[in-house]
Write a protein that binds this ligand. Structure first.
Ligand code: V47
Length: 380
């Protein structure tokens, strides 16, 4: 063990620290012990050590834009405040012109990634999605299209009658480059039956991701936490992801998503409190994600939209090495009460990272570094 690790030597996570630092795998009991421990500082220090062994001071971000093409959804997930039933006030579906106008408007900001996700729309045919990607890709061939969660892919398979593998192939031909990590929620099937009964199963989500990876389509993975799940469910989720990663190797980044309760059925039904997970729970979960995924998934993201900007800065000292990006128009978390901005200019993302004492580096969607911003005098 390195000298630095003396910091947690006398803490209740000393054995776990010794194990992970010497390259051993952590097991379910280790994961649960980390969650049961109250040594947030030691857990954070261990996560920071693992993170810095890989990246030093460098923290990455991407210049991106979100497109949420519709919120009309048949799924009715209880954690979601964003969806509307067809015909309900606030229900919308963007036309192709609307979509292109949004992209045209932000093209000048130097976006390199489009994050395109929607809902489970009752009427749009599969061809709508293929056309959408084709048109975007034709006009902006250099912008990386990261689109459709594994849940959407499985839904397209249901409405089109094509297998998920064929759906993925068609979309790849149309310009799809990678999949975002949404829709994973929490893998525990009994919980999914409670909170998202009409959506893809946890096993289904993993299977679609493995198929995507086998077709050369990389992805992220997420975990929605701080709602009705137990800490054990979080550990099982991380371990299930590790198993999938061992098989297919295509997960590039992991994004723990802190639940926002406002306007959700979970809150209306009294199943969660109004507050969402605490700041220390968010930091702990980010740190434990880093520790448990060590050797499996390299990039752990503090998604500033959901953590808040200040907690995201702290998370950069608790195992996170990526902060997402400019985002431009976030709808899903804001429907559920997020009070962060809906986007930040690149200069502010850089500033946020620098003020946290780290070195910002712009990356592509696939984590190649484009540029470093080493000191504050660099031109942005
Ligand atoms: O799948 C829904 C979550 C996800 C709420 O891969 C909620 O690069 C909190 O996956 N409170 C979508 N979370 C967002 C997502 C994502 C975001 C940024 C980057 C990437 C990426 C992926 O948001 C959903 C769901 O798990 N979500 N409702 C809520 N009330």
């Amino acid at each position: 063990m390195k000298e630095k690790s003396a910091f947690w030597e006398n803490s209740d996570i000393a054995d776990i620290a010794g194990k992970v630092l010497s390259g051993d795998r952590l097991n379910r009991e280790d994961g649960i012990a980390l969650f049961k421990s109250n040594d947030l500082l030691q857990i954070g220090a261990l996560a920071d050590e693992l993170q810095r062994q890989k990246n030093g001071d460098v923290v990455t971000f991407v210049v991106n834009r979100h497109i949420n093409y519709t919120n009309v959804c048949v799924s009715g997930c209880k954690f979601c405040a964003y969806y509307r039933r067809e015909g309900e006030p606030g229900a919308y579906t963007l036309s192709m012109d609307d979509i292109m106008k949004k992209i045209d408007d932000s093209a000048g900001l130097g976006i390199t990634e489009l994050h395109v996700v929607g809902s489970h729309h009752p009427d749009l045919p599969f061809e709508f999605y293929v056309d959408m990607l084709e048109q975007i890709h034709e006009k902006y061939p250099d912008i990386h299209i990261k689109a459709f969660t594994a849940a959407e892919i499985e839904y397209f398979s249901r409405i089109s009658g094509h297998g998920t593998r064929d759906v993925l192939k068609r979309l790849k031909n149309a310009g799809l480059k990678s999949l975002p990590g949404g829709g994973a929620e929490i893998f525990n099937e009994a919980l999914r039956k409670k909170v998202c009964p009409n959506k893809i199963t946890g096993e289904g989500w993993i299977r679609v991701m493995e198929e995507a990876h086998s077709l050369g389509i990389k992805s992220n993975a997420t975990m929605l936490f701080g709602h009705v799940e137990r800490e054990e469910d979080r550990v099982d989720h991380l371990i299930r992801l590790r198993e999938a990663q061992e098989k297919s190797g295509g997960f590039q980044g992991f994004i723990p998503l802190p639940f926002h309760p406002a306007n959700t059925a979970l809150l209306r039904e009294g199943l969660v409190s109004e507050t969402g997970p605490s700041g220390s729970d968010i930091l702990k979960t980010i740190s434990i994600s880093r520790i448990m995924l060590e050797g499996y998934i390299d990039n752990i993201r503090a998604y500033w939209i959901m953590t808040g900007k200040k907690l995201a800065q702290i998370a950069l000292h608790y195992g996170a090495n990526d902060i997402d990006g400019t985002v431009i128009e976030e709808n899903i978390t804001h429907a559920a009460g997020a009070n962060t901005e809906e986007f930040l200019p690149k200069s502010e993302i850089i500033d946020m990272i620098q003020r946290a004492g780290r070195i910002p580096a712009q990356r592509t969607t696939t984590y190649e570094i484009v540029d470093y911003y080493e000191d504050r005098t660099n031109e942005i």
